[in-house]
Design a protein around this ligand. Structure first.
Ligand code: SAM
Ligand code: F3S
Length: 463
């Protein structure tokens, strides 16, 4: 069996794409994955260009693989993802040992590209493969059904972005928004559920902007999609990421009240709490509108946990602007954030904006923001101690195989003791109630509670 090694930079969308490449190349050429690039016949780099140093990171990784290829000339090297999409053939000029360059929307053409690479190798100067176009719809039609390994799975429902925030490269690297037809999405989820998946995470750059065609052609919105997904037999929990505040609707808020399978968590990137900066970012909402939306969510699901992305040090961000972001954080009360210092992306409007804030100041602001959100997160964990949480059992705990492990609705890992007979094998894929006994910095500890109709004593006797 030929061996495949994939290295992934960036977001969950890229992780998802990498898993689809693995499935595809397994189906087409029988590739088996390996964590060790040294023994791989095919190495693929799935790149991300959302923040700086992406190009440098890519060429430094490729430089390492070049050494491997010098020892094993038959090795095939491919570069995909957003840097590939931006740089295209330039990658081949700078790294002539690379065989294939493909984009986020052409990864389904990998098997054919690979065949052409093999065929061309017989020639003295083999042409190399570059295909970074955006033939959107074709991609999903050409991918094999996902292989479910485990009780959780990602399902991409929409791709690309048409929002063009002034700081972001995604619309240029992944193309404009398009939604997969409803029939395709729901069939994929039925198949995953049949293979034991109990939790699905619906993915998209602006997933709540889903507008997929129904069977008869008219469009379905995201809240409607959630109802259908939650109704699939076997699916006990539904998550989604990433959402855009402009795509939030009262119907989506109501979904949190009406759909018990919908996990009580929403990742809703605010980016900034300053209206001036939000305007310069072209986000399309004010801080007050964002807060109003959070209030609607909390009215529907009072204990919902909220996380966000923040960009600190956007060009021209004053001390006052940053204070407004900190104020927003206090008003919302976040559970987590992915926050970074602004990074100028070539080709985006904000890269031309004047910027007079020093790098030190930006770093200090970021540290302050992250410290506050970490405190909030620790407070939420501490408040969970003593309560009961619905947990999907994923298997044995990584650090201690005698314990079981799973995640709470607000996405915290919980490792918990269970009676001897409740082994990882017989509880994997079950939703159980766990009493939280301790909050640690990166996880929770707990103990399995008996099912509702069994007392503790009966449960011990059963064990
Ligand atoms: N759809 C999401 C939204 O509503 O904003 C964002 C998806 S974007 C690919 C992921 C995150 O990357 C953004 O939320 C933003 O915080 C961060 N990001 C994008 N461009 C950036 C840049 N130039 N500098 C720093 N962070 C950036
Ligand atoms: Fe980027 Fe803004 Fe779209 S952050 S992915 S352009 S919503």
């Amino acid at each position: 069996m030929p061996k495949l090694h994939i290295k992934t930079f960036g977001c969950q969308m890229n992780e998802y794409d990498s898993s689809r490449m693995t499935d595809l190349l397994h189906a087409s050429h029988g590739y088996q994955t390996t964590a060790d690039a040294r023994e791989a016949d095919l190495v693929l780099l799935n790149t991300c260009s959302v923040r700086e140093k992406a190009q440098e990171k890519v060429f430094s990784q490729l430089g390492q693989w070049r050494q491997l290829k010098l020892r094993r000339p038959q090795m095939v090297i491919g570069v995909g993802g957003c840097v590939a999409s931006q740089e295209g053939a330039m990658i081949l000029r700078r790294a002539p040992y690379v065989d294939m360059v493909f984009g986020p929307q052409t990864l389904h053409r990998l098997p054919a590209m690979l065949d052409r690479v093999f065929a061309a190798r017989e020639k003295a100067s083999p042409p190399r493969e570059v295909d970074v176009r955006f033939p959107e719809i074709e991609k999903f039609d050409c991918l094999p059904p996902p292989r479910a390994d485990g009780v959780k799975a990602f399902v991409s429902v929409m791709e690309g972005c048409s929002k063009y925030c002034t700081f972001c490269v995604v619309p240029y690297t992944r193309g404009t928004e398009f939604s997969r037809p409803f029939d395709d999405v729901i069939t994929e989820i039925y198949e995953l559920a049949e293979r034991g998946v109990r939790e699905v995470t619906l993915l998209g750059q602006n997933v709540n902007g889903y507008r997929g065609a129904r069977h008869a052609g008219e469009k379905m919105n995201f809240a409607e999609l959630l109802h259908y997904v939650a109704a699939v037999d076997g699916i006990g929990r539904v998550r989604f990421t990433t959402s855009h505040p402009l795509e939030c609707t009262p119907q989506l808020a109501r979904a949190f009240a009406d759909i018990p399978e919908l996990a009580g968590h929403m990742h809703l990137p605010a980016q900034s709490g300053s209206d001036r900066i939000l305007r310069a970012m072209k986000r399309g909402y004010t801080a007050a509108e964002y807060v109003e939306w959070i209030a609607q969510l909390r009215a529907a699901r009072p204990d919902i946990s909220i996380s966000s992305d923040f960009i600190v040090g956007f060009p021209g961000e004053s001390g006052e602007d940053f204070a407004a972001t900190m104020e927003l954080i206090e008003r919302v009360g976040y559970d987590q954030s992915f926050s970074f210092v602004y990074s100028a992306r070539p080709g985006t409007p904000a890269a031309e904006f004047p910027d007079d804030v020093s790098a030190e100041e930006k770093k200090a602001r970021l540290a302050k923001l992250q410290k506050r959100i970490n405190e909030m997160s620790a407070e939420i964990s501490a408040r969970m101690v003593g309560g009961a949480e619905r947990v999907l059992v994923e298997g044995a705990s990584r650090k201690d195989a005698s314990r079981l492990s799973g995640r709470t609705e607000n996405n915290r890992v919980v490792n918990f003791d269970a009676p001897a007979k409740s082994s990882a094998e017989n509880l994997r894929g079950e939703f159980v109630q766990v009493k939280i006994t301790e909050a640690l910095p990166n996880s929770l500890r707990g103990e399995l509670l008996p099912p509702d109709n069994m007392t503790m004593a009966e449960s011990r006797a059963a064990a």
